[in-house]
Design a protein around this ligand. Structure first.
Ligand code: URA
Length: 189
């Protein structure tokens, strides 16, 4: 396991997969490094690639609004990262080979942060981190425990933007997240 400086340095110069050739920036992750809650998306889109920060486009604005509903923010109390740190061309799903090449960075981040709760944003992260046959339409908002960490998935903000009917369910899921934080976290609220 690398310390934060080494990890970030290695990640920012990574050449482990072909996404390195087309990226403008590596999107390492952002937020307090002692957060009890980590959110994990799929991979950077165009705006994220240009700015080097996760969830800064339209979906990012929605994500910030969702977090605010339950008193969370990336400045204050959640860490945000992605399954892959470099943008897949045309926003396609990251390939398994790309996820395999990249997941070590995320595992190292999780090991350093030691969160109580991991929230997967969308099916790509949930299938990789919770279980391979994860069904987002059926299993969003449900709690799973892995290695002492409570895990759940929310609909991806981009999916909510595409289909606003997912908003009420997402609101319920956020309330469940808030209740779990109140139950098991010490300094998030
Ligand atoms: N979608 C993601 O999954 N992650 C980002 O950082 C931006 C959009």
């Amino acid at each position: 396991m690398l310390d934060w400086n080494k990890l970030e340095q290695e990640c920012l110069s990574c050449q482990k997969c072909a996404l390195a050739q087309t990226r403008h920036n590596v999107v390492f992750g952002t937020g307090p490094r002692d957060a009890e809650v980590i959110l994990i998306g799929e991979g950077p889109g165009e705006n994220e690639d240009l700015q080097g920060l996760p969830f800064v486009g339209r979906g990012g604005k929605l994500l910030d609004d969702m977090l605010e509903v339950i008193d969370l923010s990336r400045e204050k109390n959640v860490y945000i990262a992605n399954m892959v740190k470099c943008r897949p061309p045309h926003n396609r799903d990251p390939l398994n080979t790309e996820q395999d090449a990249c997941i070590g960075y995320l595992r190292n981040q999780v090991a350093l942060i030691r969160p109580k709760i991991i929230v997967c944003l969308g099916r790509i992260a949930a299938m990789r981190l919770i279980k391979p046959d994860f069904k987002i339409t059926k299993e969003h908002g449900q709690w799973f425990e892995k290695s002492g960490i409570q895990m759940m998935a929310l609909f991806h903000p981009a999916a909510i933007l595409r289909d606003p009917r997912r908003r009420p369910e997402t609101f319920e899921d956020l309330k469940r997240l808030q209740a779990k934080i109140q139950e098991i976290c010490d300094h998030t609220y």
